[in-house]
Design a protein around this ligand. Sequence first.
Ligand SMILES: [Zn+2]
Length: 287
Amino acid sequence: MLTWHIGDVRITRIVEIEIAAGARFILPDATREACRPMRWMMPHFATNEGDLVMSVHALIIESEGQRIVVDTCIGNDKQGRAIRSWNGLQTSFLKDFEGAGFARESIDTVLCTHLHIDHVGWNTMLVDGEWVPTFPNADYLMAQKEWDHWRAEEDDAHTQAILADSVAPIFNAGLARLVDTDHRITSEVRLQPTHGHTPGHVSVHICSRGQEAVITGDCLHHPCQIARPEWCSPADSDSAQARATRQSLIKDWYQGQTLVIGTHFAAPTSGRVKQLADGGYWLDIEQ
Ligand SMILES: [Zn+2]
C-alpha cells in the first residue's frame, strides 16, 4: 500500500488491478517501438520490451478530519461494460480498502474526476440484487458540467449501463452533489478543471504547509504522456482540448515542483516533472 504526506494531508492508494499488458487500446501511439527508448519509464511504468504498465486504484485523501475518496475504480459484479474483462469483475478491493483502516461508513466525500466506467464502479455495490451506495454517509461529488454531458448521452447502451448501476442509485439515495469544476472540499483540497478527456473532467489539487500535489484523473493516462503530451486516447472526448490541457499542466507542474500522483500510474504512482536539455519533459520518481 502506498501513502504520501503533503504537509498535513495524507493520501493512501488502494489498488483494484495493476497490469503490464500494454495499453495500446488506451494510447494507440504508445507502441513498443515508441516506448522502448524512454528508459526512465522502466521498470515501473513500462517493461523492458516497451509494454506500458497501468493501474486502476482509488486514492483516499485525509484532510482536516475529512476522508475523501478520489475515483472508485471498476467495481465488482458490473455488467454491460464495453471492456469485456471488466464485466462481472471480482477483486478484493473493498476488503483491502477496509483492511487499510477505512470503514465504508467513515468516508465523508467521494469524488469522481469524471464519469467513465473505471472511475465510478465502487460508487455502488450489489446487495440482495440491488445496487446500493458503498459509502452510505458520503457526499458524492460530481461536476455539474460532467453530469450534464453524460445525462444527454441517452442513446449509448454502455453509458446507460454505467449510469444505471453506478450513478443513478447515488441520486436515488440523495447522496449526489453537483459542484463547480473549481469546487473547494477543504482549505487544503480543491478541484481543478482539466477538461478535454471529458467535457467536465477535473483533477484534484492539494496544498498544505507549502507543499503541493495533484491527483491527475485521466487528463493523462500514463507517464509516457509527460514526454509525449500530444499522444491522445480514443477515450478523449475532445483531443485538441485534451492535448492543450496536458501541455499547460505539465509546464505548471514542472514550474511548481508539484508532486504528480497519477490515477492510472503503476507503483510508485507519483513523481516530479523534470526537463531535458532539448526542452522535453519526463517524470522522475525520486521524491
Ligand atoms: Zn480511467
